[in-house]
Design a protein around this ligand. Structure first.
Ligand code: N01
Length: 554
């Protein structure tokens, strides 16, 4: 093993949160920072997910960094929703504009992270055997970064091509003339299916759970709207933090769906359907995510839409979701998804009724013995969400005096325990960006990434000013926050769905609702109060001498 390279702070991951953390810690705190990134470029999610049709479901004017007014004025998005190549270009632009690449080591996968309580140092070991040391470790590892292929028997027997949407080949894939299967109908499946169908000779979709899918109503950017948005960016960014989803411009609904007449409801749902977008639709009424009867009115509207678009009514019924309230799994925005099933060469298989038994050398076999032959199989089967990337790294803290060793994976065996989704007790100076217990995945992600990085920057400044070497949450505050996250979720319909928010897509994963769904606005108030009260709920280790983190030149 090589001699450890010393830094003030290490950041794992060069996605949106990692590049911003590098900028803040290096350029604002003056720290000597090293980012370690598994890919050979920046972008994280947008680097890996290159499947056809990949696009953000938050509007491009919102889904961007808010930390630099010049950056937001100079960048122009071509469409209402950014697609993967455009968003990746944008993150690359940010990396170049702020000269960030010189502190990022690419093609470097971190396998182990160990904190030594005696030295107050984190040591990170990479797959290639390099070691890096620093008092501060930021896990900017993403929430949907560990792609998952179900453990189907015969996976290795299939002789055709296989792809996972989250690990798509950089050179792209041409399905022209091929018999293709797509397994999975979450966002990735729904976005890629219309494009794959336009190339393939035949496309067979294996659907286990039908999802609620709304029109994106994507199109070229309206330059007037862009100009208005850019003229008010400062106010909008600020206002976004005071909204439940971290997106401004959607006045909170005041009325229950059950107070409206059926005709009023249909008119409003129709207006939202035409507008496109998920927040607009969920904001039709104030109880769509808390009252099942209210939710049912929205479900029925969408079912009728599906029946009207899809010509074959047997297929239409299969596409009508019937096992979870609308919005409790991530809503998907589509462009031509339902229409795709009107094409003669596109087939839908009900993999709930007849589950996939396994792969064969030629294709897929169902449990009833039906066999299908394919040239290519696309796994749109999702991710080990929220905790997966953290558990992939063997994260430990060691007390060499007492001999105690703590493992994050063991601490989280029954589900993640965090304080605010930012830190976990027993792992000092390890910060997570949008970790479990924060609103991250239920918000405009870039805003939440910036919020956490800014909070961490303020926290490190506080430590510098108050002579503290290390910070970690108390067991009690972490317990209280984790219980609060659960209580808030239990007041909604979210836990009724077997979603990746619940860990339900991974066999054996604890069923715990992981995101904080109390809203970005309430979360902001909480984290600001914690900081204002001297990081209430956290304990500090005093610095024996100015530690590296405290010795920056800012
Ligand atoms: O993954 P998913 P995804 N047999 O977990 C099915 C974000 N994202 O990559 O629902 C048959 O949602 C599984 O079925 P079921 C976004 O937050 C955003 O699509 O478990 N099927 C499901 O249909 C999103 O929520 C965008 O019953 C099996 C599918 O595979 C998150 O990423 C774009 C199966 C997995 O769906 C994940 O989306 C893309 C089996 N054995 C992604 N195992 C934007 O637009 C699994 N499935 C921003």
């Amino acid at each position: 093993m090589s001699t450890a390279q010393q830094f003030d702070a290490l950041i794992v991951g060069a996605g949106v949160s990692g590049v911003y953390a590098l900028y803040r810690l290096r350029d604002k705190l003056g720290l000597n920072v090293q980012v370690l990134e598994a890919g050979d470029g920046v972008g994280g999610t947008w680097y890996w997910n290159r499947y056809p049709g990949c696009r953000c479901d938050v509007e491009s004017l919102e889904y961007s960094f808010g930390f630099d007014p010049e950056l937001e004025q100079e960048w122009s998005w071509p469409e209402r929703y950014g697609n993967q190549p455009e968003i990746l270009d944008y993150v690359n632009h940010v990396a170049d504009r702020f000269d960030l690449r010189r502190n990022i080591q690419f093609e470097t996968r971190v396998n182990h992270a160990t904190y030594d309580r005696k030295t107050n140092l984190w040591t990170l070991e990479t797959e290639a055997g390099e070691t890096f040391c620093a008092p501060i470790c930021i896990m900017a590892t993403g929430n949907l970064s560990i792609p998952r292929v179900p453990d189907f028997p015969g996976l290795d027997d299939f002789q055709g091509e296989t792809y996972h949407t989250g690990l798509w080949p950089h050179e792209g894939v041409d399905f022209t003339g091929k018999r293709v299967a797509v397994i999975g109908t979450g966002s990735s499946g729904v976005q890629s299916i219309p494009i794959i169908a336009s190339q393939a000779e035949t496309l067979t979709v294996f659907q286990r759970t039908a999802n609620y899918i709304l029109p994106a109503a994507n199109g070229p950017m309206n330059r007037e709207i862009e100009a208005q948005h850019k003229a008010t960016y400062r106010e909008r960014r600020k206002a976004a933090y005071d909204t439940p989803f971290g997106i401004a411009g959607y006045p909170p609904p005041e009325k229950s769906a059950l107070e409206a007449t059926p005709a009023e409801r249909n008119a409003l749902y129709e207006q939202k359907w035409q507008e496109g977008g998920s927040i607009s639709f969920l904001y039709a009424y104030n109880d769509l995510l808390t009252n099942d009867d209210a939710n049912k009115t929205a479900r029925e509207f969408v079912h009728d839409k599906i029946r009207a678009i899809v010509k074959d009514q047997t297929i239409a019924e299969m596409l009508c979701p019937n096992d979870h309230p609308m919005g409790t799994k991530r809503l998907v925005l589509d462009t031509g998804y339902y229409e795709t099933y009107n094409k003669q060469h596109v087939h839908l298989v009900n993999a709930r009724q007849t589950p996939i038994a396994g792969l064969t050398p030629k294709g897929i076999r169902l449990e009833d013995g039906t066999e299908y032959e394919f040239d290519a199989i696309v796994f749109a089967t999702g991710f080990d969400a929220m905790t997966g990337a953290l558990k992939e790294i063997d994260i430990r803290s060691v007390d060499s005096d007492s001999g105690d060793v703590r493992s994050l994976t063991e601490d989280w065996h029954a589900g993640p325990y965090t304080m605010l989704g930012i830190m976990s007790a027993g792992f000092p100076n390890m910060f997570m960006i949008t970790g479990p217990g924060s609103p991250g995945v239920k918000s405009q992600m870039i805003l939440s990434c910036e919020q956490h990085v800014d909070w961490i920057t303020d926290c490190l400044t506080y430590m510098r000013e108050h002579g503290k070497a290390a910070i970690e949450p108390t067991e009690q505050s972490q317990h209280d926050w984790t219980m609060h996250v659960k209580e808030v979720a239990d007041q909604t319909l979210y836990p009724k769905a077997a979603s990746w928010y619940m860990g339900a897509n991974i066999p054996g994963k604890p069923r715990v609702f992981m995101p904080y769904v109390g809203g970005v606005n309430r979360y902001k108030a909480k984290i600001e109060a914690v900081a204002a009260n001297g990081y209430e709920g956290f304990t500090f280790t005093p610095a024996k001498e100015p530690s590296l983190a405290l010795a920056g030149d800012d």
